[in-house]
Design a protein around this ligand. Sequence first.
Ligand code: ZN
Ligand code: ZN
Length: 359
Amino acid sequence: MVYPQRRQKVANLLGALKLDALILCQAENLRYLCGFSGSDGALVVTADKLVFLTDSRYTTQAETEVSADHLCEYKTKVDGILGQLLESGVERIGFEAGLSYGTVRELQDRGAAGWQWRHLREELQGLRLHKSADEIRCMASAADLHVAALAEVTGLIRPGVREKDVALALEFALRKLGAEEKAFDTIVASGPRGAMPHGVASDRALGEGDLVTIDFGCRLAGYHSDETVTLALGAVPDVLRAIFDIVLEAHDRALAAVAPGVALAELDRIARDHIKSSGYGDYFGHGLGHGVGLEVHEAPTVSPRSQALAEAGMVFTIEPGIYLPGVGGVRIEDTVVVTGEGHQVLTKIPKTFRNILLN
Ligand code: ZN
Ligand code: ZN
């Protein structure tokens, strides 16, 4: 059983932080710790008890899917949480960063005078940081599914077709093939729009000679996939062809270095140094990657500021890019798992330069 192990992680955290209780409301943490897949509820965890609380919309669902010591139905979330805290005789209470300011203020105003409150941020990031074999399998399946979806729509990626139409077809294919949902708003950024790292699909029609950056993924059993491919529509200008090769080399070098014990900041440095030494350092503004799991962006961050080392079970992206305003851009992204000896790439779209008008 997976939930007792995960609860143990929270129990350890309570001990390490010297807290009597922890309040969690973020949907991904609820799903991780007790199996609840709905969108609104709360967990109150103490040393000896894990209580799941929700409102009447979710009671039936919770009864079938939640693993907890108690299920409580509340009229208001604050009433429910306060009831648990008062009953448990706690004093030092940690709460998740995602709890709204209004909720926290109300809990503090209506709670016992002596209670000490602690706002938790990074402290909770370790909870879902190391993925189990089951979680990794689920993310690999999500990635396989999105690869199949792209294969279905590749024939549509032709001059004259709008970015939006490509994105819609891709999202339809994802759902049809069994995805719960797209992982995020699909990015289809063609021609000069490729210079926008987060250029969600627009009305722009693809043109011959464009590079087209497609950044997409899906969600399966709560877990996300995330991959970016940059495709050529015919012969592209020399400058775009050149930055493609630079980004690919930066991506390949960083990816090859992924192994347990390597500093995440070092992975970023490997990719960034190559882009810098090629003369495009000013055009790679974002960090190299991010963790992926129940959230599409989660710990660990892979950037120059990262403090952590890669550890077995971490899952994160490697996604260098070069963005030339007014001209175009390239990003190449894979999602990788750190294994005991090295790494395993979950995302399988070939990354070599590809003119899709030729096939
Ligand atoms: Zn992405
Ligand atoms: Zn990403």
